[in-house]
Design a binder for this molecule. Structure first.
Ligand SMILES: [Zn+2]
Ligand SMILES: [Zn+2]
Length: 107
């Protein structure tokens, strides 16, 4: 599970939908009281940003005409984890041609 935390307008469809699904998985993990320590240690998630990030991704999905029918369940938020959007943007561009193209188009 990974929260990229980059501007959603710079994400390809696959990565946008992927992060959205992973946010729902992450909340499921928290609700089952399973450990997320590994994700925190690797700077992959920010628990305190989950709700705002979900809203941001849904806004972008709406903008692109994708249907969203999955409200985020209630969960206990806490200050945990730190993600670096700047290095993540570079990594997304390196991993994914479609994301790279969106970054180029916007610059
Ligand atoms: Zn959702
Ligand atoms: Zn991508």
């Amino acid at each position: 599970m990974r929260m990229w935390m980059v501007n959603p307008q710079l994400m390809c469809r696959r990565h946008l939908l992927g992060e959205h699904v992973e946010i729902h998985m992450l909340v499921g993990t928290l609700l089952r009281k399973k450990s997320v320590a590994g994700f925190v240690e690797n700077d992959l998630i920010e628990v305190h940003s989950i709700r705002a990030r979900h809203a941001e991704l849904v806004r972008e999905m709406d903008r692109r005409g994708m249907n969203h029918k999955s409200p985020l369940p209630k969960f206990r938020s806490r200050k945990l984890g730190k993600v670096n959007p700047r290095t993540n943007l570079i990594e997304l561009g390196r991993r994914c041609k479609a994301c790279k193209a969106m970054q180029r188009r916007s610059s």
